[in-house]
Design a protein around this ligand. Structure first.
Ligand SMILES: NC(=O)c1ccc[n+]([C@@H]2O[C@H](COP(=O)([O-])OP(=O)(O)OC[C@H]3O[C@@H](n4cnc5c(N)ncnc54)[C@H](OP(=O)(O)O)[C@@H]3O)[C@@H](O)[C@H]2O)c1
Length: 307
């Protein structure tokens, strides 16, 4: 079997680490672009190559996976923070594309990151299902995704297949959104946010990684390019999610966060909590991707068991 040469940005993150672990098990040669190359060396015992700058890269790659970006929910969205969120995605993606073109890369597949925030934020009542063809929203997160996707466009002619991954809220052990919710919910201090009707379009980390492999592999349609919504088949409302998580943890969830408190605490970033979107993975369904965790109950049960 030919060894896949994979270059990933964002490889040290919650999703990236899980992907790398899978690829190593498949004997791929993985290179990570990271601001923390020494951490990468320690994490994978030198098996994964790490570079801190594009100029340190040499040779050709079969696959490029571009996921780097400052955490969207890590800090309040000050003007400087918004710029950092944009630069860490848009500027980095532009640099990546310029390097790929300069160094004559011809990738088999490019997967470049985006998020379901592309479709805009909706409170539950005004939401309708969004498949990949839907137009973008107009809030900050939507514009960030639109520009992130546009920055990746110059990679399209450098790849046999070029895909944009509009990622939903990834649920997994010890990371992502659940890492923030774990302590309050474990202490019985969780609760519904706002009116609880806003949609959460989620995906289990295991299914996310399986879907990435599915898109990379030849079992998927070889001509497959374009946008893929990376979500479970059906979203859950914030209220439904809160109930399910509390039930799986066998704790009450009696501490709602009213809209005004969320706005006071998080400023404009509260949109991420108070709004959501009903995103449907039409492409993955058409391609026949089978989910291990298609419903929130099974997904959270599995995560609670492995936490
Ligand atoms: N997790 C989710 O639920 C979710 C949902 C939708 C979209 N996404 C997107 O998917 C991507 C991966 O998500 P994740 O949860 O794995 O993220 P994460 O755990 O926060 O990891 C982010 C990664 O981006 C890199 N990074 C952060 N700031 C950077 C900067 N200023 N310059 C260069 N690189 C930077 C980091 O690499 P180094 O520290 O090694 O440089 C890190 O590996 C992100 O772009 C995220 O927005 C995630």
């Amino acid at each position: 079997m030919i060894q896949q040469r994979i270059l990933i940005t964002g490889g040290t993150g919650f999703i990236g680490q899980a992907l790398i672990n899978r690829w190593l098990a498949q004997s791929a040669a993985v290179t990570v672009l990271s601001r923390r190359p020494a951490w990468v060396q320690r994490r994978w015992g030198g098996v994964v190559k790490a570079v801190s700058g594009l100029e340190q890269l040499s040779g050709e790659f079969d696959v490029l996976v571009n996921l780097a970006g400052e955490g969207i929910a890590d800090k309040r969205w000050s003007r400087a923070r918004k710029q950092a969120l944009r630069d860490s995605r848009i500027a980095l993606t532009r640099d990546l594309a310029a390097w790929a073109s300069r160094s004559g890369q011809r990738f088999r597949v490019v997967l470049s990151g985006s998020a379901i925030g592309y479709y805009g934020g909706y409170s539950g009542g005004e939401d309708t299902p969004h498949s990949e063809q839907e137009a973008p929203g107009s809030d900050f997160a939507a514009q960030l995704c639109v520009d992130w996707e546009a920055a990746a466009e110059p990679l399209r002619p450098l790849a046999e297949r070029f895909l944009i991954l509009r990622t939903g809220v990834v649920l997994g052990v010890h990371g992502g959104m659940l890492k923030r919710l774990w302590l309050p919910f474990s202490l019985g201090l969780g609760g519904v946010i706002g009116n609880g009707q806003q949609n959460l379009s989620w995906i289990h980390l295991q299914d996310y990684c399986r879907a990435v492999d599915f898109l990379l592999s030849n079992s998927a349609d070889k001509t497959l390019s374009g946008v893929v919504n990376m979500t479970a088949p059906v979203p859950v409302t914030n209220g439904g999610f809160t109930q399910t998580l509390a039930r799986q943890l066998q704790r009450p969830a009696l501490f709602p966060m009213p809209e005004y408190v969320a706005k006071l605490l998080f400023g404009e970033m509260s949109e991420l909590l108070l709004k959501g979107q009903d995103v449907r993975p039409q492409r993955l369904r058409e391609l026949g991707f089978n989910y291990d965790f298609a419903d929130i109950d099974t997904a959270l049960k599995d995560i609670v068991r492995h936490w």
